[in-house]
Design a protein around this ligand. Structure first.
Ligand SMILES: *Cc1c(COP(=O)(O)O)cnc(C)c1O
Length: 385
């Protein structure tokens, strides 16, 4: 008997709404045309809205990691010092990329369930005034931790030659990210996260202060040379063949996001996250991220004693069609992660909690059936949705 309908509850890739899928079903056009220039023009304005910025937002045919690498090679030179504050897998990746290109990394390492501390960054900057960049992940997808980007940026702002680089790949579209008001110099995201698109497109906002860093940078670059993209985007085009299908889809996504509005978008994600948290806590499970730093993109949860989280993930997927993800690195089989970033509504959460309860029942975990649904329902009812 198969009663399966598929649900993708992961923090990237995320589900793509039908309107967006359809917008990408059009015949391929050539990119050196007025038609494509119109497409890019629309994308530029929509991205500025979503990033809360007047900066130009550059687009690359790459996954999110391409955007991360591009910000290192464009903003720095070999031997430059940067502070990397890391409390999860993606922060680790920032450090690896910086070291790959010969930067001196001042390594602020935290436990995965800790939040980056602004005072540590203030202290390191005061002690090392030659630091050229501070690199922080806003929403750590491996842990669900939300780092205090606004407060950190306030500290970095005082240093004229130091730029603030933010991996907001699962932040944009899910939590507040006020690029201009907070003074964020480089902010990046990827298509398969909050933008509700298939993987393959990355976007980076670059401030005037960051462009000055670009002028100083001597690291080699070709495909990811931001200056080439700036020159092209001025003429509503890209230096190389763009992921034009994805950019068409992006415009549909940006339209949906603008219709919903930035504030509502953030409010919806915070409600989905709260309902998920209340639901799993009602089951007697413990949340991984600390209360002072919980994001809205993904909810990581400690697996019950004696049950490897991989078993829960497997039963939910194979028996019930609901895909969530395991923990990464040291937390594999110790936590599971429920994604709710992008195209999600309240019943996706209810469905996922039901599948979780059924999987836990099969694994002989002791709890009262239905408690997580009741808890999540209460959150949605209280919000008068
Ligand atoms: C997904 C993600 C990335 C980029 O990963 P890709 O697989 O290269 O798209 C970077 N940082 C964070 C926080 C992410 O969630």
């Amino acid at each position: 008997m198969s009663l399966k309908k598929r649900y993708l509850m992961t923090p990237g890739p995320t589900p793509v709404p039908a309107e967006i899928l359809l917008s990408m079903a059009k015949p391929i056009i050539h990119h050196r045309t007025a038609e494509f220039e119109e497409t890019v023009k629309e994308a530029r304005a929509g991205l500025q809205y979503i990033f809360n910025t007047k900066n130009e937002v550059l687009l690359f045919a790459s996954s999110g990691t391409g955007a991360m690498e591009s910000s290192i090679v464009n903003c720095f030179s070999a031997g430059d010092s940067v502070i990397v504050a890391r409390n999860g897998k993606f922060g680790d990746r920032e450090k690896q990329i910086a070291e790959t290109y010969g930067l001196e990394v001042i390594d602020l390492e935290y436990a995965w369930d800790e939040v980056v501390k602004t005072e540590d960054i203030a202290r390191e900057l005061a002690a090392n005034p030659a630091v050229r960049g501070v690199i922080v992940t806003q929403s750590e997808t491996s842990t669900g931790v939300l780092n205090p980007i606004k407060e950190i940026a306030e500290v970095v702002r005082a240093y004229d030659e130091t730029i603030m680089i933010v991996d907001s790949i699962t932040g944009i579209g899910a939590v507040a990210c006020e690029t201009d008001d907070w003074g964020l110099d480089v902010v990046m995201t990827g298509s398969q996260k909050g933008l509700m698109l298939p993987p393959g497109l990355a976007a980076v906002s670059v401030s005037e202060k960051a462009w000055r860093a670009v002028e100083r940078s001597t690291l080699p670059k070709f495909y990811f040379d931001w200056k080439k993209y700036r020159k092209s985007i001025d003429k509503n085009t890209t230096p190389f063949t763009p992921a034009l299908t994805l950019i068409q889809g992006l415009n549909e996504a940006l339209k949906l996001m603008q219709e919903e509005g930035r504030e509502n978008l953030i409010e919806r994600h915070s409600l989905l996250a709260e309902a998920t948290r209340q639901g799993v806590e009602a089951l007697g499970l413990k949340l991984f991220a600390p209360p002072e730093g919980r994001g809205s993109a993904v909810t990581p949860v400690w697996t019950p004693e004696g049950i490897p989280s991989g078993k829960i993930v497997k039963i939910m997927k194979e028996d019930y069609g609901v895909t969530i993800t395991n923990g990464q690195d040291d937390y594999k089989d110790r936590i599971f992660r429920i994604g709710h970033l992008g195209y999600f509504g309240m019943f996706d959460i209810i469905t996922t909690l039901t599948a979780l309860e059924m999987a836990l029942t099969k694994l002989d975990y002791d709890f009262e059936q239905g408690v997580s649904i009741k808890a999540a329902e209460s959150v949605f009812l209280a919000a008068r949705t």
